[in-house]
Design a protein around this ligand. Structure first.
Ligand SMILES: NC(=O)C1=CN([C@@H]2O[C@H](COP(=O)(O)OP(=O)(O)OC[C@H]3O[C@@H](n4cnc5c(N)ncnc54)[C@H](O)[C@@H]3O)[C@@H](O)[C@H]2O)[C@@H](O)CC1
Ligand SMILES: Nc1ncnc2c1ncn2[C@@H]1O[C@H](COP(=O)(O)OP(=O)(O)O)[C@@H](O)[C@H]1O
Ligand SMILES: [K+]
Length: 539
């Protein structure tokens, strides 16, 4: 899995490199600028063939410094380059000041002010470089409206320039993906909208979270030669509990992972079905069984040895007519569930999809008392909205909660309030912060759904399953798809996966199934994609 860094983590890694005399800050800036130019020519090879015009917008920090390097390199490549600076050249940080000085030997710098700025629209710039703010954006940048107006002007012209953001589009918080100072509900003209974003060393959280990917559009990461061994040294010398001024304790080297292709998913067919566990999916009353059947199908396809659906006695016929490989066992009340769970072979439970809130309130305590690996979703979460702490008191470390945004708000109202407060300054409280806080509060793994699904454990371990860029699958937001995800997790738990890898692997496969099918997908299609996805993975 690759790593997603916060601005503070990136700064610490850069600092460690500089302090070890491996490299200077100015060299890193040069490498960053070179990386941007390389990425431009890789993305649009025709641009490298003849000279063109670029407009470079520089800001008051080191992101602006990168911009001056790009301007110089493009000029040396023979391009016409027009440079604007937001801020005062005399106040630039040292490395950016040097890069500015190297540029002014080649060309002029015009002011980029709060009013309209004077780009010659007829010049036909092929590329606009956004080097106004990077990881250091700390407060709202309302001039973005002026910048974006100018870019919009270009966008409506025939010869549209390519907007390339250095590190992250200006206006986006690198830690949270939120647009600082703007209303998340109405984010237009609140950040630079790039065609390509070129970041350095590792992606930042903001490239994957929240609205980040909308502004980023396409992300390329360029090496700036900071060695892995150096990062390892930094991690070893930075205890996990080191407090960080901006993030609180325990989050400096608690690096978030980007969930990627699982290294192992294969089922060992040398064993028998009992060695792959027996999942029990609790279901509801007659006419409400679809959701649990979707979960059951998901659990079976992902490789649970046996799957049993447990509806009310009255819903037995309905389910019998719809299920073949999945078994049935009626559960009328809490007592019956307790009796069923006397059979130790049921090693993974799923409660929530189509369960009914009343029934969930009765059955969840019995299920949790049985201490099996347990997924709680949908009604099993909503059932505790009036007293979430009653649920948290019963949870154990083998549980996974899978809330969508609405369920998250019901179970964790205080955390949700923080997450939804306007992002007035950077770094803003993020979905990663929220999910970590929720996992700590609940005492188990929490998987917070969305195109940026965040999975966190109580010890701070955290990963993002991103359905952005080449894995964008908006058609996955279809009725019942969450039920299938709950089933996937339950199936992997039945197979013996620990909660965190079960949640990560299930979420990754869930998106993979959606990509495999494509638009037009309905929830029933998801489990049916697993065989071909597994084949592709060589499982
Ligand atoms: N950390 C690293 O390892 C490297 C960083 N580099 C570049 O350096 C960037 C980070 O540089 P900085 O930390 O200087 O951050 P930025 O260049 O993003 O800007 C920070 C500066 O802008 C000011 N500022 C923040 N929000 C403002 C607002 N709304 N209006 C006006 N001023 C505002 C801050 O007070 C600070 O002076 C990265 O994004 C990257 O482009 C690269 O040079 C390569 C290496
Ligand atoms: N824009 C999106 N792109 C990719 N996946 C998404 C998107 N929006 C939602 N999802 C995923 O779709 C699923 C929806 O689950 P959920 O909200 O529980 O719906 P339901 O209750 O109908 O099953 C979740 O796995 C979520 O992560
Ligand atoms: K930028």
């Amino acid at each position: 899995m690759s790593e997603l860094l916060t601005a503070a983590q990136m700064r610490a890694i850069e600092q460690a490199a500089i302090e070890s005399d491996e490299v200077t800050g100015l060299e890193l800036m040069e490498r960053a600028g070179r990386g941007v130019v390389e990425a431009i020519f890789e993305e649009w090879p025709e641009l490298a063939k003849t000279s063109h015009k670029a407009v470079v917008l520089c800001g008051p920090g080191n992101n602006g410094g990168d911009g001056f390097v790009v301007a110089r390199l493009l000029k040396k490549w023979g391009w016409e380059v027009e440079v604007f600076l937001y801020g005062d050249a005399e106040k630039l940080p040292p490395d950016a000041r040097v890069s500015y000085g190297r540029w002014v030997e080649l060309g002029e710098v015009k002011p980029l002010g709060d009013a309209d700025f004077d780009i010659d629209h007829d010049m036909g710039a092929k590329v606009v470089i956004d080097a106004i703010f990077g990881t250091g954006l700390s407060r709202p940048f309302y001039t973005i409206g002026v910048v974006q107006d100018t870019l919009n002007y270009y966008s409506s012209s025939k010869d549209m320039p390519n907007v390339v953001s250095v590190d992250i589009p200006s206006g986006i918080c690198a830690d949270s993906g939120r647009y600082i100072g703007y209303d998340d509900e109405n984010p237009f003209d609140s950040c630079v909208w790039a065609n390509l974003t070129v970041s350095f060393h590792s992606e930042k959280l903001g490239h994957r979270l929240s609205l980040g990917p909308i502004g980023v559009q396409k992300i390329v990461v360029k090496s700036i030669g900071i060695g892995r061994d150096l990062k390892q040294r930094w991690e070893e010398t930075t205890p996990i509990s080191t407090p960080d001024a901006t993030r609180g304790a325990g989050q400096v080297n608690g690096i978030v992972k980007l969930v990627s292709k699982p290294t192992w998913i294969g089922k060992n067919y040398g064993w028998n079905k009992f060695s792959h566990g027996h999942a029990l999916i609790l279901s509801g009353t007659s006419g409400k069984g679809g959701a649990a059947r979707l979960s059951a199908r998901g659990a079976l396809r992902i490789g649970a040895g046996l799957v049993t659906v447990a509806p009310t006695p009255g819903a037995l016929q309905e389910n019998a007519a719809r299920l073949d490989a999945v078994m049935l066992s009626p559960v009328g009340d809490a007592q019956t569930l307790q009796a069923v769970l006397a059979d130790e072979r049921f090693n993974a439970l799923c409660l929530g999809p189509g369960l009914g809130v009343e029934r969930a309130r009765d059955l969840v305590p019995v299920a949790l008392a049985a201490k099996r690996a347990t997924v709680l979703d949908a009604d099993a979460l909503t059932a505790f909205k009036d007293d979430p702490s009653a649920l948290f008191d019963m949870l154990h470390e083998n549980c996974v909660l899978t809330p969508h945004a609405g369920e998250f708000a019901r179970l964790f109202p205080d955390i949700d309030k923080k997450l939804n407060a306007p992002a007035a300054k950077g770094p803003a409280y993020s979905k990663v912060d929220a999910t970590r806080d929720a996992a700590a509060q609940a005492g188990c793994v929490v998987l917070f759904k969305g195109p940026d699904t965040v999975i966190a454990a109580p010890d701070g371990a955290c990963s993002i399953n991103s359905a952005a860029y080449e894995r964008s699958a908006p058609w996955l937001a279809t009725a019942g798809s969450g039920d299938v995800l709950a089933g996937f997790i339950t199936g992997l738990l039945a197979r013996g996966f620990a909660p965190m890898p079960a949640a990560e692997t299930a979420a990754w496969l869930h998106v993979e199934c959606a990509l495999e099918f494509g638009p037009g997908l309905i929830a029933e299609d998801l489990p049916e994609q697993l065989p071909s996805v597994f084949r592709r993975l060589g499982a």
